[in-house]
Design a protein around this ligand. Structure first.
Ligand code: GAL
Length: 348
């Protein structure tokens, strides 16, 4: 056998020093010469918008939780534009993500994105809003029908007889359907009894507060301001509706619901112009989703607490519990949980 040249010996010593030679005493978990270095798990996170105050919290909580679990996160937000979301998701797919976490702008057309992801062997978690008619791998959200029930129960307790305006969220969002379904469980029986009259019943495209305001202005005019209660599906639309009420000096005189526990909504509750909101701790929603995404990327099959049908399959789901917030429990629910400080809620 030929003696190794001086150059080869020197190279081997250098390589040993760097720990690059196979079997040179490392435990072999990562980065040895005959093993590819362990690749970081890559997760794509696509949000429909950052407009509602909740979404920056979803985003930051998700990124932090997933990074703490060692994953790399690519985030996209689509400005309520489903075409933009499609191209953003396609871009994420080409960047080699292992799992796609998708909060769809359009629950129906997002099914195509699930198929595209699956073709690239990427698992899909439907985040907050359910993607319809697709083989979604998992769904994480709140019990959205329950959100609507909380709104419906509250508003019918406050106004058991009278004139109602019923606003719903974006027709492209399956949550909006569920919120309304839940609320109508309480409102409809009183309509059938003849105690409640629904004078207005329309969805707000894109959950847009400015559109909600115009719609409320028109409904008030058409009904000569004759309204006792307004079902608003979230705090954003409630804000627009309450502005329209204020123009008619009716803010605080009409019961208005909400959802999301946005600071602006909470301040209106303190001021008495909005009656209630719903707290969904989206920090938990985002953290649970990050955990699930990492587990799925590792090929684990996590156990979830529910199944939700999306008109194609029963999607394994994790549904969290929403909580009613009124003037009486702001401190307990929102301050004690660190959602807001007292100064934020009661300061100027
Ligand atoms: C829903 C979501 C709500 C609300 C709304 C507007 O899907 O569950 O929390 O923010 O969208 O974006």
């Amino acid at each position: 056998m030929r003696k190794p040249s001086k150059f080869l010996v020197a190279t081997m010593i250098a390589a040993l020093a760097l720990g690059l030679v196979a079997g040179c005493g490392t435990s072999g978990t990562s980065g040895t010469a005959n093993q590819a270095p362990v690749k970081k798990i890559k997760i794509g996170f696509s949000l429909p918008t950052l407009k509602e105050a909740r979404y920056p919290i979803d985003k930051d909580s998700f990124v932090k939780a997933a990074q703490d679990l060692g994953a790399e996160i690519l985030v996209q937000t689509a400005n309520n534009d489903e075409t933009l979301q499609k191209s953003q998701v396609e871009d994420l797919i080409t960047q080699g993500i292992n799992v796609l976490v998708l909060d769809p702008q359009n629950a129906v057309s997002a099914a195509d994105l699930v198929n595209e992801a699956h073709n690239a062997k990427i698992k899909v978690i439907s985040y907050d809003r359910l993607i319809m008619n697709a083989d979604v791998d998992a769904y994480v959200s709140f019990d959205n029908e329950k959100v609507g029930e909380l709104q419906g129960e509250y508003i019918t307790k406050q106004v058991a007889k009278g004139n109602y305006f019923v606003f719903a969220g974006a027709p492209t969002d399956n949550n909006a359907t569920l919120f309304k379904k839940g609320a109508m469980k309480f409102i409809q029986p009183l309509v059938d009894k003849g105690d409640i009259k629904v004078l207005f019943d329309q969805p707000v495209p894109d959950w847009d507060p400015a559109k909600a305001m115009t719609m409320a202005e028109n409904a008030l005019t058409a009904n000569k301001n004759n309204v006792n209660a307004i079902l608003a599906p979230n705090d954003g639309t409630a804000g627009g509706i309450i502005q329209a009420l204020a123009e008619q000096k009716l803010a605080g005189k009409v019961v208005v619901t909400g959802q999301d526990s946005e600071l602006a909504g909470i301040k209106r509750i303190v001021a008495g112009t909005q009656s209630m909101t719903v707290f969904k701790d989206v920090r938990t929603e985002a953290q649970e989703t990050a955990k699930l995404a990492v587990e799925m990327a590792k090929g684990q099959a996590p156990t979830l607490n529910s199944k939700v049908n999306n008109q194609k399959i029963d999607v394994p789901s994790l549904l969290l519990t929403p909580i009613v917030v009124t003037k009486d429990n702001i401190d307990k629910v929102l301050v004690d949980s660190g959602w807001f400080t007292k100064a934020q809620v009661y300061g100027n």
